[in-house]
Design a protein around this ligand. Structure first.
Ligand SMILES: Cc1cc2nc3c(=O)[nH]c(=O)nc-3n(C[C@H](O)[C@H](O)[C@H](O)COP(=O)(O)O)c2cc1C
Length: 429
C-alpha cells in the first residue's frame, strides 16, 4: 500500500471548518468488514477525502463479498489490502507496512465478528492484525441487525473495546436491511467523520491545550432530605467525563469537581468530590482562581431542603409530607462575577421548543462566553446516554448546531470553540 503524496492538501483542517489551525491532513487506515452497510463506507471515504485526509483501505474477505475492492481502490487511488499472505493471485500485505505512517484507524462498518476478535486480541485477518499492531486512536462504527446488536455477547464486546480506549460511534436506530426497526444501523457517514476528526484532535500531534488549566464540574448533586433520601437529578457525568478526557488528551491540566459520578477515573486527571450543591460551590470557588477555562457541566440542584432531618424519617409519622426548599447559589453566575481572565462555559439542559432561546438568554444573563444547549425532550440528547445533540452558543454571535454524535465528539467541538478564547500566555506556561 503506497503512501500517497499529500498533493491534495488544501489547507482544510481535520474538522473541515475554515479558520481552524489544526493540521490540514491526516493519514487514515480504514477497515471495512462484512455487512450490508459496507457500501456506505464509500461515502465515508469520500467525505474524509473532501476534508483533505488520505485514506488507505483494508477489507476482510467477507467484506469483499458485499463490495468489491476495486471500488475502494478507484476512490482512494491506492491499493486495497485484503490478504495477510499472498495466495490465489492476491498480493499479501504485512500489517506493519500497512499501519506505518497512519494517524488513525477507522473500522466502518464493524461487524459483530470482527469486533469480538478485536476485543479478544485475535488477529487472524489483515484487518485485525492491523488493529493489534496499530498504536494510534481507533474509531469503530458498528452495524448489524438489532438482535445481534442487543445480544449480551455484543454488549460485552463493546464494553471491552470502550475500556481498551476505542472510540465507538454508536449505531443509529432506524429501518434495517431486514425490514425491522431498531438499533444497529450504521451511523451517518458525516457523524462517523466527525468522530474521526474528534479523535484526531486528541492525538499526540495536537496538544493545543498544553499549559491550559481546565476546571470541569460533572455529575448531579444530591440534596439530603434526611440521612437516606435526597433531591437529585439524572445526570450521569458522562459529558463532563468526555470533556475531561478530551482536554487531557489535548495537553491540558484537568481538575474535575464531581458529584455522584460512578464512572471509571482516568489517571492524570485530578478529581475532587462534591456531592451536594454547597460542596460543589465551595470546591469550584477553591479551584477557580487557578484555572484558565471553566466548563460548568454538572447538574447542580437549584433548590435544596431547608434543613435535612436527622436520621431516617419514619413514614408512619405523616400521611403526606411537604419539604421546604430554598434556592442554592448560582455557582456559574457567582464565578462569572469573580472572574479575572478565565473563560467560562455554561451548560443549559432545556426542555422543549423554547429551550434554545432560554439558553441564549442564560448566556447573556450570566455573562459567560459560551453556553452549550441540549434539549432533554429530544431522544438521544437526554441524560445518561453515550451521545448528545448540542448547540454551541457563542462566542459572540457564533452558533453551531451539531447533529447527534458521541459525547466525546461533542467535547472536542466545545473545546474547539473555547480554545481560541483562552489567553495566549497560558499556552506557553
Ligand atoms: C447478507 C448478510 C448480511 C450481513 N450483515 C451483517 C451486518 O450488518 N453486521 C454483522 O455484524 N454481520 C453481518 N453479517 C454476518 C457477517 O458477514 C459474518 O459474521 C462474517 O463472518 C463477518 O466477517 P468479517 O467480520 O470478517 O467481515 C451478514 C451476513 C450476510 C450473509
Amino acid at each position: 500500500m503506497r503512501p500517497r503524496a499529500r498533493e491534495d492538501e488544501r489547507g482544510i483542517s481535520p474538522s473541515g471548518r475554515e479558520g481552524d489551525t489544526l493540521p490540514a491532513v491526516a493519514e487514515i487506515l480504514m477497515g471495512v468488514t462484512g455487512g450490508i452497510a459496507a457500501y456506505k463506507s464509500l461515502d465515508v471515504l469520500r467525505i474524509l477525502q473532501r476534508h483533505g485526509h488520505g485514506v488507505s483501505v483494508v477489507m476482510t474477505h467477507t467484506a469483499e463479498r458485499f463490495v468489491g475492492s476495486a471500488s475502494f481502490a478507484a476512490l482512494s487511488g491506492r491499493e486495497v489490502g485484503t490478504h495477510l499472505f499472498g495466495d490465489a493471485g492476491q498480493p499479501g500485505y504485512h500489517h506493519l507496512d500497512v499501519t506505518g505512517g497512519k494517524d488513525l484507524m477507522l473500522i466502518a462498518p464493524a461487524s459483530a465478528n470482527t469486533m469480538s476478535q478485536m476485543a479478544t486480541g485475535a488477529a487472524n485477518s489483515l484487518l485485525t492484525s492491523c488493529y493489534l499492531a496499530f498504536r494510534g486512536p481507533v474509531v469503530v462504527a458498528p452495524a448489524m441487525n438489532t438482535a445481534m446488536w442487543l445480544h449480551p455477547a455484543t454488549a460485552r464486546t463493546i464494553e471491552t473495546l470502550r475500556a481498551d480506549g476505542v472510540h465507538l460511534v454508536d449505531p443509529d436506530t432506524g429501518l434495517l436491511a431486514d425490514g425491522a426497526v431498531g438499533p444497529g444501523r450504521l451511523a451517518e457517514p458525516a457523524v462517523i467523520v466527525a468522530a474521526v476528526e474528534a479523535a484526531l484532535a486528541g492525538t499526540a500531534a495536537v496538544k493545543d491545550m498544553a499549559g491550559v488549566r481546565v476546571l470541569i464540574s460533572a455529575g448531579g448533586t444530591r440534596e439530603p432530605i434526611d440521612a437516606v433520601r435526597y433531591v437529585g437529578n439524572h445526570s450521569s457525568g458522562r459529558m463532563g467525563w468526555a470533556l475531561a478526557a478530551a482536554a487531557y488528551d489535548r495537553g491540558a491540566e484537568v481538575v474535575v469537581v464531581q458529584a455522584n459520578v460512578d464512572l471509571p477515573r482516568q489517571p492524570g486527571i485530578r478529581y475532587v468530590n462534591a456531592p451536594t450543591a454547597r460542596e460543589m460551590r465551595d470546591a469550584c470557588r477553591a479551584e477557580f482562581t487557578s484555572s484558565d477555562l471553566l466548563l460548568m457541566c454538572a447538574a447542580v440542584a437549584d433548590y435544596r431542603p431547608v434543613a435535612a432531618a436527622g436520621g431516617k424519617m419514619d413514614k408512619a409519622e405523616a400521611e403526606s409530607l411537604t419539604v421546604a426548599l430554598e434556592r442554592t447559589t448560582d455557582i456559574l453566575a457567582e464565578l462569572a462575577a469573580l472572574r479575572d481572565d478565565q473563560v467560562l462555559i455554561g451548560f443549559a439542559v432545556e426542555h422543549g421548543p423554547d429551550g434554545l432561546g432560554r439558553a441564549r438568554a442564560k448566556r447573556d444573563r450570566k455573562a459567560v462566553d459560551i453556553v452549550v444547549h441540549n434539549d432533554a425532550a429530544v431522544a438521544g440528547a437526554a441524560f445518561g446516554g453515550p451521545d448528545n445533540i448540542i448547540t454551541i452558543i457563542g462566542p459572540g454571535e457564533a452558533e453551531i448546531a451539531l447533529p447527534r454524535m458521541s459525547k466525546r465528539a461533542c467535547a472536542e467541538h466545545i473545546l474547539d470553540a473555547a480554545r481560541p478564547l483562552v489567553p495566549a500566555r497560558t499556552v506557553s506556561a
